[in-house]
Structures are given as structure tokens and as C-alpha cells.
Design a protein around this ligand. Structure first.
Ligand code: SF4
Length: 367
């Protein structure tokens, strides 16, 4: 079955490159197959397969830096529909972590193109910026954003060069280089994708997808949320985490409230053992009061201290006084091993949870 009709070539290419832009959903309804056809028709098998590839690639490489040859070679219609199918897959995934990785990876990929076209095809750059709701004006040296848009786009960025004090600010506008402008739009795309994925699906679509993609979804659940280590550090070994840290992660995964002291200890620990920034953010995603912006800000504060070494995780004694030590076992744990006392935690020389991790064979811990 062919796609019923197609928009003008320029629009098709634009939606294929930037399928997250407002209006793309309407294109699916107007020009493309019905949802039922997309889910099952043999002619859309390439789009479904490319959708799986996109989701899997994001799960494996949340930074989105690895090339995705299948995507680059795909016909614009297949590219566009694969994005839609990927969103459907993420909407039935068992946790929101794959969707978060997908937002980051897809935004990065789109920003690479935006940076490439920022000088030779400024109309494409400004068109995407305007559709995203962050209009930018080309200048001799780059692009100008309004101050409120700049502040919104840069709020989640950790790179010091985006701090307002380092910017050229005039008449309520901020001028940045093409590369920084692309980085700002990357953040705008990430915000848009995070707020629109997962999509709301009817029970029928959900059931059909879960049934037809059972193997893919199982595989995805195994890949994510595996903790991801920062580049350049030793392999992160979640199985070496001490009972207190395992308990804190379980609490958040179950949507239980974790005290501020527990949240601080968890972030400081994960950073010291080498978890990447987004893995630490992911750990808090299940908290009942989770707020992406606040979490990113607080985790950045904890991890960027002392030139990036981060705060020292609390001692075992402190954690015990806060009711956060679980060396005697956690009677509520599903895993029988977590219900038992852990002999390593009774070693009189054990001072901190990071020391436990190192004693079990983990690396990248300084003390
Ligand atoms: S003894 Fe230390 S490492 Fe072990 S559970 Fe308690 S706080 Fe964690």
C-alpha cells in the first residue's frame, strides 16, 4: 500500500529531518497511513524497523553521537514514519528511561544538522527555530535570541560558556555563534520531545503494540535503565552497589519518597562511581515530586563542586543516623539477597558506601 499522497518536496524533507516540529502529527493524519496500517501493513515494515533502530540506538548511546547510517540513507517518508513508530514504541515501554534517552539522542542528531546548515542554509535554521517557538535572527556573527528565550534554552545547560555573564547582550537580545545557537536549539528540541513522549494511546493500540513488539520491548527493558558511565572512567558496576544505595534506587523506582539526605547521598555516590549525568537524573525520575529542571539543577550542584569531583558521599555513620543504612537487610525487597544482612557492611574499617563499592571490585572511586 502506497502512502496516499505527499506534501511538497521541501515540506516532506523538512518533516523527515525534524519530525518533532509542531504540525508533523497533522501530516501523519493527512498524508500518511492510518495508525492501524503503520502498526501492521507489510509496506510499512521498513519504517517500523527503522523506528526500532532509532529507539535501540538511543538506548545504547544516549548522547546520540554515533552515526546512524540506516537513518541517513532512508527515504524521507520512511524517516518520518519511523520517528512516529519510535514514539509509539516508547509509549508502551515499561519505564520512561528509554524515552528520556531518545529525547537526548534525537535532539543531538537534529542539532548536528542544524549546526551544519546554520551558515549555508540559514532559512532552514531560522525556520526550525521559529516552529519550535524560539525565533532566531541571523546576524553577521551568528544568531540572536530574545533574552527570555535564551534563558529558557540555556537553563538546563551545564557548559559554563552558556552562562549569561559570558554573552553579548544588547537591547534585550543575546547574540551567539552558529555552533552555540545549534546547541541552544538542541535543548529546545530535547524539551519538546521530553514533553511529548510518551504519547497517549488507546487501549487497543497499546495492546496490539505490546503483543507485536514483545521481544523488542523485553530487549529494551534490559538495555535501559542500566546505569551509564561517564566517558573515560572505568566500567560502572551496579551489582557492586551497597545495600543502602540499592535501597534508595528501589524506593525511587517504586515512586516512594526519598528524604533530601537520601537524594543527596545517592547523587554524590553515583557521581563518584562514574555514572554519567543523565543516569543520575534518571535515578530520580520515579520520585513522586520529580521535576526535571529542579533535579538537573540540584544534581549539577552536587556533581560540579570542586572542579567536577563532586561532593563527598556521606559516611556510613551519617547514613545510619539518618535511617538510610540497610546493612541489616531490607524486609520489603523482592530479591531475597536484599533481605539478608550484608557481612561486608559490618567490616569495622568500612567508612563510606563508595568504599564498599571499591572493595567489591568497582573502580573510579577515590575513597
Ligand atoms: S554500612 Fe555503609 S555501605 Fe553498608 S548499607 Fe550501611 S551505609 Fe551503606
Amino acid at each position: 500500500m502506497a502512502i496516499r499522497s505527499a506534501p511538497a518536496v521541501t515540506d516532506r524533507d523538512l518533516w523527515a529531518q525534524y519530525p518533532f516540529l509542531p504540525g508533523a502529527e497533522a501530516l501523519l493524519a493527512e498524508y500518511s497511513p492510518s495508525l492501524a496500517e503503520l502498526l501492521t501493513a507489510p509496506v510499512y515494515a521498513p519504517a517500523r524497523e527503522l523506528g526500532r533502530i532509532r529507539v535501540r540506538a538511543a538506548a545504547n548511546d544516549p548522547t546520540g553521537t554515533a552515526a546512524l547510517g540506516e537513518l541517513d540513507r532512508a527515504d524521507p517518508d520512511v524517516r518520518f514514519l519511523s520517528f512516529m513508530y519510535a514514539r509509539l514504541l516508547l509509549s508502551v515501554a515499561s519505564t520512561s528511561a528509554p524515552a528520556r534517552r531518545w529525547s537526548v539522542a534525537e535532539a543531538r542528531r537534529a542539532a548536528d544538522r542544524l549546526e551544519a546548515v546554520s551558515e549555508r542554509q540559514p532559512a532552514e535554521f531560522t525556520g526550525v527555530a521559529r516552529r519550535l517557538g524560539f525565533p532566531a535572527e541571523q546576524t553577521a556573527g551568528g544568531y540572536r535570541f530574545s533574552l527570555p528565550d535564551y534563558l529558557r534554552l540555556s537553563a538546563g545547560l551545564r557548559e559554563p560558556e552558556f552562562r549569561l555573564v559570558h554573552q553579548r547582550l544588547a537591547h534585550g537580545e543575546v547574540e551567539v555563534s552558529p555552533a552555540r545557537a545549534a546547541r541552544l536549539l538542541q535543548e529546545g528540541i530535547r524539551l519538546r520531545l521530553s514533553s511529548s513522549t510518551p504519547a497517549e494511546l488507546g487501549a487497543d493500540v497499546r495492546n496490539r503494540l505490546e503483543a507485536s513488539e514483545v521481544d523488542f520491548l523485553r530487549d529494551l527493558a534490559q538495555r535501559v535503565p542500566m546505569p551509564t558511565q561517564r566517558r573515560g572512567v572505568m566500567v560502572l558496576r551496579a551489582e557492586f552497589f551497597p545495600p543502602c544505595i540499592r535501597k534508595m534506587r528501589r524506593m525511587l523506582e517504586r515512586g516512594e519518597n526519598l528524604s533530601h539526605s537520601g537524594r543527596f547521598a545517592l547523587a554524590a555516590f553515583l557521581h563518584r562511581v562514574g555514572a554519567d549525568f543523565d543516569t543520575i537524573v534518571d535515578a530520580y525520575r520515579g520520585a513522586p515530586d520529580f521535576d526535571e529542571g529542579i533535579s538537573r539543577y540540584q544534581i549539577e550542584h552536587i556533581t560540579q563542586r570542586d572542579g567536577g569531583r563532586g561532593y563527598e558521599p556521606p559516611t556510613c555513620e551519617t547514613l545510619r543516623s539518618q535511617g538510610l543504612c540497610f546493612r541489616d537487610g531490607d524486609p520489603t525487597a523482592e530479591n531475597p539477597a536484599d533481605r539478608e544482612p550484608d557481612p561486608r557492611c559490618f567490616d569495622p574499617n568500612l567508612v563510606r558506601p563508595t568504599q564498599y563499592y571499591r572493595l567489591k571490585g568497582g573502580a573510579a572511586v577515590e575513597r
